[in-house]
Design a protein around this ligand. Structure first.
Ligand code: PEP
Length: 257
């Protein structure tokens, strides 16, 4: 099986002004000065901090990502940000379909699909977020919901997804995001292996073997190592715990903690 370089990603959500973001990112870069780069690291600050952080992160092991993008390249779309704009601000990654977008901003699988295509067209690495709610899990619908999110969210684009370095999936059970409730490592592994099998069937085994599937949902220094020990967990999407450089560093250096 192909070795997969772990990806530890921080989602800063709607936190930090530009000076706060610069200070936090600068502190993280300092803390990672001797980092052996055993994992790839990415942070996704608010749009307003992207350009400033691209300068702070230059030459560091931390890549820049955005939290969303619009699917058109440019036009009369007040308030939206396009893929080429994110690239010009220094982004390499973009989160797509985060559950908070789905919950509060009308994101649906069909718009996820348009955004993924736009990200790929712009040369950005989309991190496609999927996950079931607590009531869906309780009703035994976890796998059917994830199947629907993947089938519709990646519809018609499977042919351009064959290079596993060009995208990633984040499994984020909605009931675990910001709640302090983490999926057990066994629950995460069960879903991650389902996702990998889905990708193998839809795109191909080589893609599935190389694809990074991140876990997200209350990841902390105390649970990262156990999650990462699972064979199909290839990284983490970290919300709250990525806002503090010391805490995020501990997560990034999970092997040693
Ligand atoms: C997230 O924002 O994707 C997330 C998983 O948040 P938290 O780590 O705070 O649960």
């Amino acid at each position: 099986m192909m070795a997969r370089m772990p990806l530890i990603a921080g989602n800063w959500k709607m936190y930090k002004t530009v000076p706060e973001a610069v200070e936090t990112a600068g502190a993280l870069v300092q803390r990672l000065a001797d980092y052996d780069e055993s994992a790839q690291v990415m942070i996704a600050p608010p749009f307003t901090a992207l350009a400033a952080l691209s300068r702070v992160l230059e030459g560091s092991p931390v890549a820049l990502g955005a939290q969303n993008l619009f699917w058109e390249k440019e036009g009369a779309f007040t308030g939206e940000i396009s893929g080429p704009m994110l690239v010009s601000a220094g982004c390499r990654f973009v989160l797509i379909g985060h559950s908070e977008r789905r919950q509060y901003f009308g994101e649906i699988d069909e718009t996820v699909c348009k955004r993924v295509r736009a990200a790929l067209d712009a040369g950005l690495i989309p991190v496609v977020c999927i996950g079931e709610t607590e009531s869906q899990r309780d009703a035994g619908e976890t796998f059917s919901i994830l199947d629907k999110q993947l089938s519709n969210g990646l519809k018609d684009i499977v042919l351009v997804l064959n290079d596993p370095a060009k995208w990633a999936v984040a499994y984020e059970p909605v009931w675990a995001i910001g709640t302090g409730k983490t999926a057990t490592s066994a629950q995460a592994q069960e879903v991650h292996s389902f996702v990998r099998e889905w990708v193998a069937k839809a795109v191909g085994q080589t893609t599935a073997d190389g694809l990074r599937i991140l876990y997200g949902g209350s990841v902390k220094p105390g649970n990262i190592a156990e999650l990462m020990a699972m064979p199909d967990v290839d990284g983490a999407l970290v919300g709250g715990a990525s806002l503090d450089p010391e805490t995020f560093e501990k997560i990034i250096r999970y092997q040693k903690s």
